[in-house]
Design a protein around this ligand. Sequence first.
Ligand code: HEC
Ligand code: HEC
Length: 466
Amino acid sequence: MTTCIESACSRNNAERRGLLFLLPPLLRLLLLTGLLPQTTAEEVDFEARIRPLLLQHCGNCHGPDAQEGGLRLDVRSTFFAGGNTGAVVTPQNPAESELIRRVTSDDEDLRMPPEGPRVSAEQIQLLLQWIRSGAIWPETEYDRNAVHDTRLDHWSFQPVQRPEVPHIPGQPQATPIDAFILQKLQLAGLKMSPRADRPTLLRRATLILNGLLPTPAERTAFLQNEADSAWNEVIDQLLLRQGYGERWGQHWLDVMRYADTHGFEVNTPRETAWPYRDYVIRAFNEDLPYDEFLRDQIVGDVRGEDAATGFLVCAPVLLPGQIGKDEESIRLARQDALNEMITGTGNAVLGLTIGCARCHDHKFDPLSQRDYYNFQAFFSGVLYGERPLNSSESRSRSEQAKALEPRITELQRAIDRHQLTARPGSVFVIDETDPDLTEVLLPANGPGNNPQGTEPGFLDFPGNAE
Ligand code: HEC
Ligand code: HEC
C-alpha cells in the first residue's frame, strides 16, 4: 500500500494529491483503519516532520493568530484539547480522528485546508503513521510558552513568597510580624500604642480565643500569677478549652453559611444541622490537620465522618413546598442547590468566587463556564436530605430511644385521659358594639375605671403605631 503512495509521489502534484482519493473506498478505509501491513512501524519524528507540516498547512488558520473552529494545532495542549466539536485526534486510531477525515475528505465543505495547496499523499501517510504509533508529541519550550494565559498574571494567582522581614532598629519586636506593622506605621507617621495593662490583655485574649469574658476568679488568678510564664500559661489554657473550637469553628461555619434554620422566607428550623456544627468544633479542638479537615467534609461518608458532609448542604435552599411543580422550576431549584455547593466550596476551599461562571466565563480570573460545570459534576450525586448518622454513638442512642417507645405510648394514653375535651361546634362572637351578637362569658363587673384623657392606657387613648 505504502508503495502505491510512494510511487505516486514521483508524479506531478495534481495527480499526487488526488491519489489517495482515487483508491477504491474499501481500500481507502483499510488504509485509514490501519489494517494493511505497514512497512514502517517506528515512531515518526514529531519535531522534524509533523510540527512543520501542521504549521505550514494549517498554521494560518489554526495557529498563534487565528483559531478557526476553536482549534489551535501547533501547540501540544491545544492540539489535544481539540476544537469546538471536541478532540480531533484519537491516538492509535486514525479512522476515528477528525483531523484525518478533514485532510482526506472529498467534500469541499469539510476538506482541510479549505483553500490553497492540499496536504500531499506522502504527508497524509506521515500523519497516519504518527497517529497510529500513538501521536507522540514531546512537549518543548515552544508548547509551554505559546499558551501563556495572561489571566494567570493576576496577583492572586502568584505563588506565595516569604517576604524579607524589614529591619526596624530600636523598637521592641516580639515577633517578625511586629516589624511589618512598625514599617507601615512609620510610613504613615504613626507609633505603636502603649502596651495594654494585664486585666485588659486577659480580657482581649479570652474574648478572642474563647468568645467570652474571663470570670472574676480567672482574672484574680492571672493578676496574682507574677511568673514570667503567666501570659503563655493563660494562652495555653484558653487554647485547650472547648470554647476555643466553639469560637474559631464559627469563622469556618460562617464561610459555609451554617445556620440552624433553612434560610429564605419561611426560615424553618433545621433540627438536624447541629452534628455538622459539632464536627467542626471537635476538629478545631483536636487540631485536625487542614487536609484531613477538608477530606472529611467532602467525602466524610466514606471516611467514617458522616456528620462532616453537612459542609455540602449548609447553605440556604428551597424546601420542596417552595418549589413550583413544573419541570422548569424543579430543574432550576436543583441547579440553585448545586450552585450553593459549588460557590460554598469555591469560597471556602479555593478562596475564589466561582459562581459567576454559571452563566459566562469570568472576565479576569481564568475560570470558564466549562470549569464551572466540570466542578458541578463532582457534586451531581449530592442531594439535600436526612439520614441516620453512621456512627456507633448515633446507633446506640437510637436503640435507647426505641426502647423508650412503649413507655411513651403508655404515658401518652394516661395524659389523654386527663385532657379536657373541647366543646365542638360552639362559636364565640366578641363584638362589644352590638349586644345582640355578643355572648357574655362573664357579666360585667361594674363600669371600667380608666381615667378620662388621651394618654396611652387612658379611656380616650386613640392608639398609635408604637
Ligand atoms: C484557510 C484557513 C484554514 C486552514 C489553512 C485550515 N483550516 Fe481547518 N478550519 C478552518 C475553518 C474556517 C474551520 C471551521 C469550519 C469547519 O469546521 O469546517 C476549520 C475547522 C477545522 C477542523 C474542525 C474543528 C472542530 O472541532 O470543529 C479541523 C479538524 C481542522 N480544521 C483541521 C485542519 C487541518 C489539519 C489543517 C491543516 C492541514 C487545517 N484545518 C487548515 C480553516 C482552515
Ligand atoms: C444567572 C446568570 C449570570 C450570572 C450568575 C452572572 N452573570 Fe454576568 N452576565 C449574564 C448575562 C446574560 C450577561 C450579558 C448581559 C447582556 O446582554 O449584556 C452578563 C454580563 C456580564 C458582564 C458584562 C460583560 C461585557 O462584556 O459587557 C459582566 C462584567 C458580568 N456579567 C459580570 C458578572 C459577575 C462579576 C458575576 C458574579 C458576581 C456574574 N456576572 C454572574 C449572566 C450572568
